[in-house]
Each structure stands twice: as structure tokens, then as C-alpha cells.
Design a protein around this ligand. Structure first.
Ligand SMILES: [Ca+2]
Ligand SMILES: [Ca+2]
Length: 348
């Protein structure tokens, strides 16, 4: 097999002329429940703490007039670890909320403990993300805002490892439940919840993803964000140092991902490990909006080559999600090595 046949599928994909309209733009509104007249479909559930448990049907919450202001939910101590669960209209593919937040106001009667427990959980078919937070002060409305970015969220166990960006995207792309804890006392609970909101990233967000097949650190954000009218600079690197200095760097941008997001398609001959090794195609080659954005020549491992993306200043693009993947072309070896990919949520 010669090099040109090895490279044909990706080269064909990358040179696909992007003559197609943008898809129907996915709107990314702030989703809210203020409980003005009823419980808006929220249910009471027994939250799992130390292992993933699929979402299940709970019992309806009680509607109260003691809100902040107006109506709110009132939740007693129904289960071992009582929480409330969002209605189905909040769920599904919520990738575009990466970089946003889950917000709510909570008032608990006579909290006295000082432990840390999950304040909320995001549940997909196969995994759960937990956000540990301290017990709130008693008898007052406390406004919580849990940023949907890596750092605090734990993966599949509230005391477990910090979730990676890929793990967070996997859960967000298949959101089956949102749980908010209402159990903050070892005795009986009487908890009020109001003003729950799922908030998209105000100024856009960028998340790196991949299965780990393409080297960690092969695609990074050098500067900027996915904000309309600004410049985002991605860095393309071969951390393994297997390709020659001077290799050409480039990035392709698509409106879709490879099937299996955030995992991609193994592609023989496109790995960075060695010529002919397997790489991972992480974006959808059939829906490229930027077939090739050339960057600076790559100078060596640990020195990512900058690739500049100008984010159009078109307000209608706010909330659109795009996917970028980088590559290095070692011309002497006729070898393309693929990087990790980045999900770009465009923000205003
Ligand atoms: Ca209210
Ligand atoms: Ca309790």
C-alpha cells in the first residue's frame, strides 16, 4: 500500500468543498424553573452517591408559596439521600451547555453539619457527574452556581476522580437526569428550592475531547475563546516528537462529530505514534465548514504550532456547536498525524 492510498480518505474529506448551508441552528437558551404556579414536572429521587445509577421515575415534588419569590418546591426527607430530578424537557443532548452552569436557590431548615456532599449530579445512560459542595448555612436562601467545566465535578463517584472534559461531554451529550440534592441534615429535612436554571456559556466555550488514542496535549487552546467576533488560536503539537520539525499544521472544522462522540473512528495511517499507526478521526468529515485552516510550521514537541480561527461576528451563530480537529503533515514522510479535537460552543 502506498502513502497516497493511505491518505486518500482523509485528504478527500479535508478537501471536500464546503458548499452547503449551515444546518438549522441549534438554539441554546437558558432553561429555567421558577415555580410560579406548580412544580413544573420536578420529581423527588433517591440520589446515588458512590456509583452510577440510571435515572428513574421518582415522586412529584410539593409546590409551596414560600419561594424566592413566589412559588417554589418544598422537599422533605423521603429517601436515604433525597434530591430532586429535572423534567424530561431539560434533558437530552446538552453539549452546548459545557462552559455554562447549573444554578438554583436553596433554603434548608437548621443545617448544622459541616460535611461536603454532592450538591448536584448530571446523569447519562452510563455515567454520573457529581458536584461536591459544603452544607449551606441554615434558614436562608443560598444561591448556588455550579460551573459546568472540569475541576469540581467527580466521575461516577462523589468522592472519586475529577471528571475530564471528554467525560463531561459524554455525559452532557446524553443527559438522562439532572439531580439537585435537598438532603443536608442527618435528621429530617425541610428544604425549599427555587429559580433553577441551566445556563449556556455566555461567551462561548472550548472543550478538548478524544478517546486518548491521539496524544494528550496534541490540541490545546493557546489563546481566546469561541466568542463571536474574536480570534481563537488553537495549538497543534506532536507531543511524541515522532514527526519532523517543519511539519505543516492545520485544523479542520465541522458541524458534526464522528459517530460515538466523544470517541471517534480509528483510521489506519493517521496516528502520531509512528508512520502507519492508527489515529482517531473525531469530527464529521462530511460536514466541514472549514476544510483546512493552515497554521504555522511545527517546530518540535512541546511547542504547539498556532492555528488561528476567526469566529464570525454573526449573532445568529450564538449557540452553534462546532468541532475542530488538528493534524500535522510531515511532507518528507508523507504522513498525517491527527490530534485530539475541540468542541467549540459559539457565544456572543
Ligand atoms: Ca419562585
Ligand atoms: Ca436527612
Amino acid at each position: 500500500m502506498n502513502h497516497s492510498s493511505l491518505h486518500r480518505p482523509l485528504v478527500r474529506a479535508l478537501f471536500t468543498v464546503a458548499i452547503f448551508g449551515l444546518p438549522t441552528l441549534a438554539q441554546t437558551p437558558t432553561i429555567t424553573s421558577t415555580f410560579d404556579t406548580d412544580n413544573e414536572g420536578w420529581e423527588i429521587v433517591n440520589m446515588a452517591l458512590y456509583s452510577h445509577k440510571p435515572a428513574y421515575v421518582g415522586i412529584p415534588t410539593i409546590w409551596s408559596t414560600a419561594g424566592n419569590p413566589g412559588g417554589c418546591l418544598e422537599v422533605f426527607d423521603n429517601y436515604y439521600f433525597t434530591g430532586i430530578s429535572a423534567p424530561a424537557s431539560w434533558l437530552g443532548d446538552r453539549q452546548a451547555y459545557f462552559g455554562g452552569s447549573i444554578d438554583f436557590d436553596l433554603k434548608e431548615w437548621e443545617t448544622t453539619a459541616s460535611w461536603v456532599q454532592p450538591g448536584a449530579a448530571l446523569v447519562s445512560t452510563n455515567h454520573t457527574l457529581y458536584y461536591p459542595t459544603p452544607v449551606p448555612p441554615p434558614d436562608q436562601w443560598v444561591s448556588q452556581s455550579f460551573s459546568i467545566t472540569p475541576g469540581a465535578w467527580r466521575f461516577d463517584d462523589s468522592t472519586g476522580l475529577v471528571a475530564t472534559q471528554s467525560q463531561m461531554l459524554e455525559v452532557l451529550s446524553d443527559l438522562q437526569a439532572i439531580w439537585i440534592a435537598t438532603e443536608w441534615r442527618s435528621g429530617t429535612d425541610d428544604t425549599f428550592v427555587d429559580n433553577i436554571a441551566l445556563v449556556p456559556p455566555a461567551h462561548g466555550s472550548v472543550a478538548i475531547y478524544g478517546s486518548g488514542l491521539n496524544p494528550t496535549g496534541s490540541l490545546t487552546v493557546l489563546s481566546g475563546n469561541a466568542q463571536l467576533g474574536t480570534v481563537l488560536t488553537l495549538g497543534v503539537d506532536n507531543p511524541l516528537g515522532t514527526q519532523a520539525a517543519g511539519s505543516l499544521s492545520f485544523v479542520a472544522v465541522s458541524v458534526g462529530t464522528a459517530p460515538g462522540f466523544p470517541i471517534g473512528i480509528p483510521l489506519s495511517g493517521y496516528g502520531m505514534a509512528a508512520p502507519g499507526s492508527v489515529g482517531e478521526l473525531l469530527i464529521h468529515a462530511g460536514t466541514l465548514v472549514v476544510p483546512i485552516q493552515l497554521g504555522a510550521p511545527w517546530t518540535g514537541p512541546g511547542q504547539p504550532a498556532p492555528v488561528v480561527l476567526h469566529i464570525p461576528a454573526l449573532p445568529g451563530l450564538a449557540g452553534l456547536t462546532l468541532y475542530a480537529q488538528g493534524a500535522l503533515l510531515d511532507t518528507a514522510a508523507s504522513w498525517i498525524g491527527l490530534t485530539e479535537a475541540a468542541m467549540l460552543v459559539l457565544g456572543s
